[in-house]
Write a protein that binds this ligand. Structure first.
Ligand code: SME
Length: 161
C-alpha cells in the first residue's frame, strides 16, 4: 500500500485520492471521505459498488462519529459485534475510520468498509494516517484557493457598484 503514497500525495483533489484507494487496494470495498460541517459529518467524494444512505452523520454517532469526536482512528474487526455501527451495506464485515486533522482540529475523515472480516491491520492504519495527512494538506490549499477566489469576486463586486 505504501507504494501508492507518491501518487496520493500528487493527487489534485479528494475524488482522485478516494478513487486510488478504492481501485488499487483489493480489500478496500467502499471508500468515502466525510467532511465536518458544524456538528455533522457530511459525505464528500466516495467510490464503491453502492451509494450509502448515511450522507450526514452527527459527530458522536456511529463508528464515524466516534472517530470524529475522539480524533483517533477506529478499527472495527466485526461490524456486527459493534453496537455503535451504522449499517450501510449488507456485505460489510469490517471498517476503519481515520480522522483528518488540521491545526489540531478534526476537519474530516476517511471511512473504508471491507467485505472481509478483520481486514484492517497496523499497516492499513499507518498507511491511511499518512493519507489523511496528505488530504489535510490538499484541503488547506483548496481552502486558500476558495478564500482567494472570494476575495477576487468581492473586489469585482465592489468595482461594479
Ligand atoms: N458504518 C459507518 C457509517 C458510514 S457507512 O459505513 C458508509 C458508521 O458506523 O459510522
Amino acid at each position: 500500500m505504501n507504494e501508492l503514497l507518491p501518487e496520493i500525495e500528487a493527487a489534485q483533489d479528494l475524488q482522485a485520492v478516494v478513487d486510488l484507494l478504492h481501485d488499487r487496494v483489493a480489500h478496500y470495498s467502499w471508500v468515502g471521505v466525510y467532511l465536518v460541517e458544524g456538528d455533522d459529518l457530511v459525505l464528500g467524494p466516495w467510490n464503491g459498488p453502492e451509494a450509502t444512505e448515511h450522507v450526514r452523520i452527527p459527530v458522536g454517532q456511529g463508528v464515524c462519529g466516534a472517530a470524529a469526536a475522539s480524533g483517533k482512528t477506529e478499527v472495527v474487526d466485526d461490524v456486527n459485534a459493534d453496537p455503535r455501527y451504522l449499517a450501510c451495506f449488507a456485505s460489510t464485515r469490517s471498517e476503519i475510520v481515520v480522522p483528518i486533522s488540521r491545526e489540531g482540529r478534526v476537519v474530516g475523515e476517511i471511512d473504508i468498509d471491507s467485505d472481509q472480516p478483520a481486514a484492517f491491520g497496523d499497516a492499513d492504519r499507518e498507511f491511511l494516517e499518512r493519507v489523511a495527512e496528505s488530504i489535510a494538506q490538499l484541503s488547506v490549499s483548496s481552502t486558500e484557493l476558495n478564500r482567494e477566489r472570494r476575495r477576487r469576486l468581492g473586489r469585482r463586486r465592489e468595482r461594479a457598484s
